[in-house]
Design a protein around this ligand. Structure first.
Ligand SMILES: [Zn+2]
Length: 238
């Protein structure tokens, strides 16, 4: 089998082998890559974490095995910047945690764009936040940001309610349940859940708001989806 994809997890297996998980353009793949952890392995760079490569696999007794690979993009610059590297780890973790094979084609263009953006030096935390929102959209946990989730009106939006799944208007605002958001924060939330892949790099966000939203979305997935993300802790410290 031959396919193109981005390596999202590498698990060392036996002495020099690795199990490799790849997000392909239309599905997830996993295969054994024999010998790739040897220092002189020709295929090592193709199965590095976050490499984009073309893979050739064949079916063996233990599942699929890597036969050959061609590295298409190693996103080398990401490794030179600690924040970008922390964000890349975060992108990999949320892809592994939330994305099912059926959703691969919806998220693939965004992961490719996110890695490209990091590699070009675009603001890493903006990349993290937008990709987080895209993964939640694709996994069915995205927020509704077109209207109030209580009454449906589209004007006078003042808050976001994770419990209600989206925006809340002035009339439905309940100070015991909701916290008012700044107009800027509401704009950022709307942008991240609505933006398409072509406008991914349209704007960078103010860091305090990005940190606040990363924390809130992290709490949301912990409470509602019961997924505890590990890589976000480092991201919020940088
Ligand atoms: Zn309302």
């Amino acid at each position: 089998m031959e396919f193109e994809g981005i390596v999202i997890r590498v698990t060392p297996f036996r002495e020099y082998d690795a199990m490799v998980n790849v997000l392909g353009k239309d599905r997830l793949f996993s295969f054994l890559a024999p010998g790739v952890l040897k220092f002189n392995s020709k295929l090592a760079s193709s199965v590095n974490l976050y490499s984009r490569s073309r893979f050739q696999t064949s079916k063996g007794k233990e599942g699929f095995r890597l036969r050959n690979a061609e590295l298409l993009d190693s996103y080398e610059n990401i490794k030179n910047n600690l924040t970008s590297l922390a964000v890349a780890d975060f992108l990999g973790e949320i892809t592994n945690q939330f994305i099912q094979s059926d959703d691969a084609s919806d998220i693939y263009p965004f992961l490719e764009k996110a890695l490209d953006s990091l590699n070009e030096g675009f603001d890493p935390k903006t990349v993290a936040l937008i990709y987080f929102a895209k993964v939640l959209n694709v996994a069915g946990f995205g927020l509704e940001v077109d209207s109030c989730q209580k009454c449906g009106q589209t004007s006078a939006i003042v808050a976001v309610s994770y419990k209600d799944g989206g925006f809340i208007c002035e009339n439905c605002f309940d100070p015991l349940k909701h916290v008012k958001c700044s107009a800027y924060k509401l704009k950022v939330i709307r942008f991240i859940f609505k933006v398409d892949v072509d406008n991914f790099k349209k704007v960078t966000f103010e860091e305090p708001v990005v940190d606040e939203l990363l924390k809130e979305l992290n709490k949301f997935v912990k409470d509602v989806v019961q997924i505890e993300l590990k890589s976000i802790k480092l991201l919020l410290k940088i």
